[in-house]
Design a binder for this molecule. Structure first.
Ligand code: FFO
Ligand code: GTP
Ligand code: MG
Length: 440
């Protein structure tokens, strides 16, 4: 395994830039540090870092001897004065020594490969960093400490309870299966069903916990979407103008509603257009709307409902949405539409009501969050769906076909091993670690 390095803090002008080196040759970096060696190195001591014979910087260096490090390999961390130019010079020397730049997630991948953590814990590191809410951070941290791993151990035990009976019978096929034994198999399947459903049902609320609640503002051009965005954020974030088609790309910003972080997305006005840039924005708007937890469909109350409004209403049917009529300060012209709320962003009328309705919806999502005390990643969810499918099929059988049960229960156990990484393929690892940032 080669020796890798990367900045573990942003490479921008800042107080300190920290760099991590991991691998068999990591200690070779001491050649650049005046007076440092594996025996005498002190974490609080200042070392002159030399490159190409010149002193460039005073640094701190910490040595973690394998296997007692984040990656399980020899690790050296160096803290530079926070100028990216200094660090770039040091990196030239690192290349000369033979270190190579780390891939995204490669340190954590090595931690996994060296048995420092399982895949659910590795995934939790990425979640911990990207989580937008404190609850999300809390759950990711629990996962880092092994909550999902324990959950999976419990599920595995239930499978093994059932499998033991099936296999005992396969070994002694001349004996009929006792009712009591068959019952144990089905009882375990019922417990599995409940457990797996619990995990899956909390997926959506956990996603909200991780990403925040997403509200998209949609509508035809000029209805006041960007104005509403600015009002809710209490700042002039989005450009407002009376030119239809002002917002081209979606704009996302966060605000806190009743203590819950909400990610608010202002989108391009929806209409048919021959402008390629506007069209591109409209396509992206469609995606944002589909991914949102709530869509505010904004209509301009000072004009009659038209085909563009109807198209927006049509395309958001089936989504969780509120229909909001804006510009109530003007004479109301709109007719023939059922709406949830009438507001004027301009003078603030109706805004407290709108905020109230939103807060209600957001806190319902919040209440769901505590269904199951584990957080599920999209990857894990895919496995749990397949496993639940198998369990439901088996528990629906009236008689036990031993060969089929044995095969299916073993397959599920294999899938569980892939969640934790007890068994894995290069594809699984690529899929997980490619989404990490460099240096993690
Ligand atoms: N500077 C720095 N801060 C960091 C990290 C890091 O790697 N470097 N971490 C991660 O990115 C997190 C901490 N995670 C860690 C996890 C395990 C070990 C570790 O195995 N340490 C050895 C130390 C042995 C010794 O005392 O010499 C151990 O406990 O065995 C270190 C950090 C957050 N902050
Ligand atoms: N009278 C009145 N005008 C409003 C109100 N809200 C917004 N406007 C005006 O409506 C026009 C369009 O507002 P924007 O917020 O840019 O509309 P938009 O929906 O973001 O428009 P696009 O980005 O083009 O899709 C601007 O001139 C706003 O000042 C309101 O409550 N009352
Ligand atoms: Mg706009």
């Amino acid at each position: 395994m080669n020796t890798i390095y990367a900045a573990i803090s942003p490479l921008i002008s800042s107080a300190i830039i920290a760099v991590r080196i991991s691998g068999d040759k990591a200690v070779d970096v001491f050649k650049l540090l005046n007076g440092a060696d594996t025996e005498s190195i002190q974490p609080r001591h200042v070392y002159n870092l030399k490159y190409q014979g010149r002193v460039t910087d005073d640094v701190l260096a910490v040595f973690f001897k394998a296997p007692n490090s984040y990656t399980g390999e020899d690790v050296v961390e160096i803290s530079f004065h926070g100028n990216p130019l200094i660090v770039a010079e040091a990196f030239k020397d690192f290349e000369e020594i033979g270190f190579v730049t780390a891939e995204p997630g490669e340190f954590t991948k090595r931690a996994f490969l060296n048995g420092k953590m399982d895949l659910t814990q590795a995934e939790s590191v990425a979640e911990l960093i990207s989580s937008k809410t404190l609850q999300g951070i809390d759950y990711s941290y629990q996962q880092l400490k092994g909550s999902m791993r324990k959950e999976i151990e419990y599920i595995k035990d239930l499978f093994i309870n059932a499998l033991t009976i099936i296999e005992a019978h396969i070994d002694f096929p001349e004996e009929d299966i006792e009712d009591a034994h068959a019952r144990i198999v089905f009882e375990n399947l019922e417990l599995l069903k409940a457990e797996l459903k619990g995990i899956l049902s909390s997926y959506d609320s956990h996603r909200i916990m991780r990403d925040g609640y997403r509200i998209a503002i949609a509508g035809k051009p000029n209805t006041g979407k960007s104005s509403l965005m600015n009002y809710l954020l209490k700042e002039d974030r989005a450009i407002v103008s009376d030119v239809a088609g002002t917002t081209r790309d979606y704009i996302e910003s966060s605000f806190v509603l009743n203590g819950i972080p909400v990610s608010l997305v202002d989108t391009a006005g929806l209409r048919t257009t021959s402008d390629a840039v506007e069209q591109a924005g409209i396509i992206r708007t469609g995606e944002v709307i589909r991914d949102a937890d709530l869509v505010l469909v904004l209509l301009d109350g000072s004009e009659p409902l038209d085909d563009e409004d109807r198209a927006v209403l049509e395309s958001t049917i089936g989504l969780k949405r509120l229909v909001v009529v804006n510009k109530s300060d003007c004479p109301v012209q709109i007719q023939g539409v059922e709406y949830d709320c009438m507001v004027s962003v301009k003078d603030g009328n109706g805004m407290p009501e709108l905020l109230n309705i939103c807060a209600g919806l957001v806190s319902v999502a919040d209440a769901d969050r505590f269904g199951k005390a584990v957080m599920v990643t999209a990857r894990q969810r895919g496995y749990f769906v397949r496993i639940l499918d198998t369990v439901e099929r088996l528990s629906g059988e009236t008689e036990i076909n031993f060969d089929i049960f044995e095969y299916e229960l073993n397959s599920s156990l294999r899938l569980l091993s892939e969640i934790t990484g007890l068994s894995y393929t290069e594809d699984i690892l690529t899929n997980i670690f490619n989404n990490f940032c460099i240096g993690k």
